[in-house]
Design a binder for this molecule. Structure first.
Ligand SMILES: C[S@@+](CC[C@H](N)C(=O)[O-])C[C@H]1O[C@@H](n2cnc3c(N)ncnc32)[C@H](O)[C@@H]1O
Length: 325
């Protein structure tokens, strides 16, 4: 596997090839209803836009989850114990793991996994500057594909603790979330823990405001998918002819994000053409919300046992502690 190391971070590149982006886009635009996989939001521009979303007043999940972690990090650290190997999935800007790393006793190492390579590398190097005593690996990979864990993590017998914040698990369809949790379960055996951030069900107005911010950053994040297709796959989407739409689908318990065509139009991508009718949409992301018991049942289907749930005083967000058994 290609790898390059700065003095403090080993960076391992298992990024999906351009072909897998092209195949997914062509397949998704060709089916009805049209879809694009949310994981492809995150090129460098998409990751930066996501970081801006986390600072928005309407976007309660980030500040709420950080509040829970700030409050509960000492308790988490006691549960985890000394000398653990910490592994974060969908690491993003690595802001939240700092609260855990600061509380942990002598962690043996930290591995950050994310699909967005250059953003991951920059975030891991910044983390390494602030935590020079912790060996840090940055693995650019798609965690829905089989993962090759880097050394020294792969051969370490230390207790492994997973961290999957941001309610990114909600971007999976529920059955796919079970598959993901079941696939990673063996990584954590024996004695492993998994800390998973899960957005809770709540009133429609709060949910819909979080995905329709008044500054238009979420709209720009959604539309960046089309810009990325234009940049990387010789697409010719006219961005002003599509509109961001996000709403709570209560029956399914999920926020849906769409890009809606504002006109009858023909778009070409990687040499193929796609006709859109006015009002037709591309479904770009689902964000499932789970009551505490719902998520525990889902995790149990993947072999994980509940080991505790942490929430905020307003019951906006939950952090599930799961154990391998
Ligand atoms: C909703 S953001 C959360 C970021 C951060 N963990 C937080 O809590 O603010 C999702 C993150 O997961 C990454 N991601 C999404 N799908 C992925 C996949 N299939 N494999 C690896 N990383 C993925 C994105 O690049 C992004 O950094």
């Amino acid at each position: 596997m290609p790898s390059c190391s700065s003095p403090k971070v080993s960076f391992i590149d298992q990024a999906p090839a351009r072909e897998s982006f092209a195949d997914a886009v062509l397949a998704g635009l060709g089916r009805r209803p049209r879809t694009l996989p949310a994981k492809f939001f995150y090129d460098r521009a998409g990751s930066e836009l996501f970081d801006r979303i986390t600072d928005l007043p309407e976007y309660y999940p980030t500040r709420t989850e950080i509040g829970i972690l700030r409050q509960e990090a000492p308790r988490l650290a006691r549960m985890i114990g000394p000398g653990a190997q910490l592994i974060e999935f969908g690491a993003g800007s690595l802001a939240k793991v700092r609260l855990i790393l600061s509380a942990l006793e002598a962690p043996e190492g930290f591995t950050a996994i994310d699909i967005s390579g250059s953003h991951l590398k920059a975030a891991a190097e910044e983390l390494a500057r602030d935590y020079p005593q912790v060996p840090i690996a940055a693995l650019c990979a798609d965690y829905t594909r089989p993962l090759t864990l880097p050394e020294p993590l792969a051969s370490s017998s230390a207790r492994r603790v997973g961290f999957f914040p941001g309610s990114t698990i909600g971007n999976f369809e529920p059955d796919a979330a079970v598959d993901f949790l079941a696939t990673v379960h063996p990584i954590f055996e024996p004695r492993g823990l998994f800390i998973v951030g899960v957005d809770l069900k709540k009133d429609r107005a709060t949910l819909e405001a979080a995905y329709n911010d008044s500054a238009g950053v979420t709209a720009a994040f959604n539309l960046n998918m089309l810009e990325r297709i234009n940049r990387e796959l010789e697409g010719n989407f006219a961005l002003e002819r599509f509109r961001h739409r996000a709403f709570y689908n209560e029956e399914k318990g999920r926020i849906e994000m769409h890009l809606v065509s504002l006109a009858d139009q023909v778009v070409s991508v990687a040499g193929r053409t796609f006709s859109f009718r006015k009002g037709e949409s591309i479904h770009t992301e689902s964000s499932y919300k789970y009551a505490i018991g719902e998520f525990q049942s889902l995790a149990a289907r993947a072999g994980w046992l509940p080991a505790g749930v942490l929430t905020d005083p307003e019951n906006l967000f939950s952090l599930h502690l799961l154990k391998t058994g």
